[in-house]
Design a protein around this ligand. Structure first.
Ligand SMILES: Cc1ncc(COP(=O)(O)O)c(C=O)c1O
Length: 290
């Protein structure tokens, strides 16, 4: 695609010219929320679930979206039409808008809305064959991780620390050593044959792919438990992560130690295959729930 086109506050612009004001509250205060949505062959994965979550995030930070759901859906589709990658990721960011810098908002502001579409990168064949690696870090984030906030400094630093230790992801752990989630992923362990993941609360984002993964597991008779879990639990044989951009990926080394036998386990491999089959069906039939 020669030139990417972004939607900025009601206008389509070449990406190079797509700018917002320096007094936008997103820039000044990270006062906003976002979504990342995958699209396969023109079919969006769980678009309504993403729009539900965006509305929940906006509500949680008391930001009133200036577009109806249908208007927003249409802008997302229009942005995709102008950047029609076979596998695409759509990014939607909403901030409280532009105002002279002050914490308190006294005037009625018009929210800033930006939508971009890019090629959705896939994990490399080596990562798929060998699985990915992670480190664990004490959770330094705020206490509302269920909101998909654009304030991602802790995650930026966590990812950076992971990269410096030659790992792909950092997992946040609470003060009791429970694994909460990754910097940009939800985390799962297979413990005595049960797929375990932290329950939805203020310490984790309700990942759309997390939901998809749990549904796939249940549909294939893999028992699922949403409870706090630790890496030291006996019977832990596999770990994996989920996210819109990674689908499902096995995690084979954590803090330098192998998980199970240090290779992608059969359950992570099956779950990844089933999820990719679903994406494949979407590409060919246009059915996002196939
Ligand atoms: C902290 C965090 N957890 C989980 C996820 C995965 O969410 P989803 O599956 O909706 O992409 C993300 C995605 O960005 C994230 O930032």
């Amino acid at each position: 695609m020669a030139q990417l086109t972004a939607w900025v506050n009601g206008r389509f612009l070449p990406l190079e010219q797509a700018t917002v004001h320096i007094e936008d509250r997103g820039f000044q205060f990270a006062d906003g929320v976002y979504e990342v949505i995958a699209c396969f062959g023109g079919t969006f994965l769980e678009l309504d679930a993403h729009l539900d979550r965006l509305e929940r995030s906006c509500h949680a930070i008391r930001l009133q979206l200036p577009l109806t759901r249908e208007q927003l859906r249409q802008r997302i589709l229009d942005t995709y039409q102008r950047n029609p990658f076979d596998d695409a990721m759509l990014y939607i960011q909403v901030t409280r808008g532009r105002a002279a810098r002050a914490h308190l908002v006294t005037d009625h502001l018009t929210p800033t809305i930006v939508i971009t579409a890019r090629h959705l990168p896939m994990p490399s064949p080596a990562q798929i064959a060998q699985g990915i690696t992670a480190i664990t870090l004490a959770d330094i984030r705020w206490k509302h991780c269920e909101i998909k906030s654009i304030a991602l400094l802790a995650s930026v630093l966590g990812k950076q620390q992971a990269a410096e230790q030659h790992a792909d992801e950092a997992f946040w752990r609470d003060s009791d050593g429970h694994i909460l989630e990754g910097c940009a992923t939800n985390c799962f362990a297979l413990i005595n044959g049960t797929l375990v993941t932290h329950p939805l609360d203020h310490q984790v984002l309700g990942g759309i792919t997390r939901n998809l993964l749990l549904s796939l597991a249940r549909a294939h008779q893999i028992p699922v438990e949403e409870r706090p879990w630790q890496l030291s639990e006996s019977g832990l044989s596999e770990c994996m992560i989920s996210s819109t951009t990674k689908a499902v990926m096995p995690v084979c080394r954590i803090d330098g130690q192998p998980v199970g036998d240090g290779k992608p386990g059969p359950v992570a491999r099956d779950l990844r295959r089933w999820m990719l089959e679903q994406f494949h069906t979407m590409r060919h039939t246009g059915d996002s729930r196939a």
